[in-house]
Design a protein around this ligand. Sequence first.
Ligand SMILES: *Cc1c(COP(=O)(O)O)cnc(C)c1O
Length: 356
Amino acid sequence: MEIKRTLLPANKLKPLFSDPLKLQFGRNFTDYMFTMQWFKNKGWHSPEIKPYGPLLMDPACNVLHYSQEVFEGLKAYKSAAGEILMFRPRDNARRLNMSLRRMCMPELPEDYFMESLSELLRLEQRWIPTVVGTSLYIRPTAIGTEAALGVRPSDEYLYYVILSPVGPYFAEGFNPVGLYVSDDYVRAVSGGTGEAKTGGNYAGSLLASQLAKEKGYSQVLWLDAKERRYIEEVGAMNIFFVIDGKLVTPKLTGSILHGITRKSVIQIAPELGMPVDERSLTIDEVVEGIREKRVTECFGAGTAAVISPVSKINYHDKEYLISETTGPCALKLFDTITGIQSGRIPDKYGWVVTVK
Ligand SMILES: *Cc1c(COP(=O)(O)O)cnc(C)c1O
């Protein structure tokens, strides 16, 4: 890939933040972005690295009306030796393509994905914070850019990558959060787009999230659309419970996003002495289990927060308290996964990719 580069003079670069732990998630962006276009008769072309800034697009373009949009989220870390590390980026490349297929958008060759990330990261490495709990969040995105109001897949697309230095995801930091069970609204239906990482899923979820926040809960716990009994996932995370000493997570049903953190937890937990059960799980079993003190922990798993402990669940306006403090399973998994990601713990899984 022959990447065109437009670089800034040193005195035009943004100053680095003074305290990376105080960075709010997704509010700060680096100096450059990667962009590449796709035309029907040309395929992917014109890869570029250029100063971060607004995109020029036609007000009639597809993404603004019919939402052909998919994205990914992963993190880069800097090891103590100064190497740039990415966590399982090829899994993101494969999932991006799964999302693109679902949204009728052209796939991106895995090597293009990898190169877009590594070229941008190499240029922007001064932005990778090194304090424990911080990282450089990578947001690859693709949108339909053809200007046409007819409902059909776009003939033109833009793929771009932006970078955002981040501290802990939740304002609460690594403190347990509360979840609100939605059964008036659903996130995804069987046969719908729940498995694709596409913005529309989020647009449809905002109202329920807003209601949850008004009631004092930081995220929504989603149930299945048909029976409104089976637990699916949380906002932007998959969900785990410790029930009778075993880790339980909903099995993938077609409407749950295939989380890479989820997959990593499932692989790593048994080796840390935590057996895992992927199965269907109802909200009734969970509230019953909390009442009987058989549910001892609950946590979300996703790239942004990695592991996010859950203290309480509100279901039908009753609050079920699990624990005010972070439990040992959540803590162990958080330390192990972030340890591997940042190079502090040896990676025996081959998950970490060093940018050469
Ligand atoms: C991205 C995302 C997740 C978590 O996936 P990771 O690969 O672990 O970051 C979970 N649920 C939804 C809806 C998501 O968009």
